[in-house]
Design a protein around this ligand. Structure first.
Ligand SMILES: [Zn+2]
Ligand SMILES: [Zn+2]
Length: 268
């Protein structure tokens, strides 16, 4: 079997798979993602629904159509390619520590924390730019079709592929800066991949879950729900630290009042 070759080969096929193996990697990645989403669904049984999801209100959620399915399919391929790049880094990059003796507080937990913070430091302003009225209708509007997303990774990945490419590129930038500065262990990089996958699903599942570390709000599902209800607030993907610095942070609100201010009748 011949490998995929050509000028874009190293970009779209970083592990130099044969074409059948490349296709198999897409399927395997999708199966792994669905398994992770199933794990998130099971974990949600131990969590409470966000208070805004309870009661008699009709919560706006779009039905999936052909455009959603097309974007989800394209994004699945993009994710698989980026996942292969992450695995290649973990296995072969001279930037990454692999021996257990090189796993330290700095290359493990602190490197993981730095990736989370750097990733959102780049993502939050980029996300805010995608909300600029001159750009919003063409790219990011699609992700805001559901005001109260509940479908986990389906709603998380239901975005324009250009947005997916921007997010993945910023993520890789955060990973490289961390590796070049404090050093990065493969276990921390793998943990971040798992954190990104499950965190994105939980952000769109409708259940209440927070992570605080060293006094920092590292993750809050309620914060991202508020972004869907108030698209002019909470641009961070996980941590709200940068929104607090940009003045765009809004705390979670149980009632629908904040939602209506921006989205009108559709959000009831
Ligand atoms: Zn979202
Ligand atoms: Zn947005």
């Amino acid at each position: 079997m011949e490998s995929i070759t050509g000028p874009l080969a190293s970009l779209v096929n970083p592990l130099s798979f044969s074409f059948p193996m490349w296709l198999a990697s897409l399927v395997l990645k999708e199966l792994a993602l669905q398994a992770a989403d199933l794990g998130v669904t099971c974990a949600c049984r131990f969590l409470k629904e966000l208070p805004s999801r309870t009661g008699q209100r009709v919560l706006y959620k779009n039905q999936l159509d052909h455009k959603d399915m097309m974007f989800l399919s394209v994004n699945s391929v993009i994710e698989a390619v980026f996942t292969c790049h992450i695995f290649k880094m973990m296995w072969t990059s001279p930037l990454i520590f692999r021996s257990w003796s090189s796993f330290t507080i700095l290359t493990g937990p602190l490197a993981l924390l730095l990736i989370v913070l750097l990733n959102d430091m780049f993502y939050a302003p980029a996300h805010r730019l995608l909300h600029h009225p001159s750009i919003y209708p063409f790219i990011h509007k699609h992700h805001h079709r559901s005001v109260y997303p509940t479908r986990g990774n389906i709603d998380a990945r239901n975005e324009h592929p250009v947005e997916q490419l921007i997010a993945m590129t910023l993520w890789m930038t955060a990973v490289h800066i961390t590796a070049y500065t404090v050093g990065l262990h493969a276990a921390a990089l793998g943990t971040h991949l798992a954190f990104m996958t499950t965190g994105a699903s939980l952000n769109h599942a409708g259940y209440d879950f927070d992570i605080r570390f060293l006094g920092l709000d590292l993750y809050s599902t309620g914060a991202h729900e508020m972004h869907h209800r108030r698209p002019d607030k909470n641009f961070g993907q996980f941590t709200m630290l940068w929104d607090k610095m940009m003045g765009t942070y809004i705390p979670y609100e149980e009632g629908a009042e904040a939602t209506k201010q921006v989205l009108g009748e559709k959000a009831e």
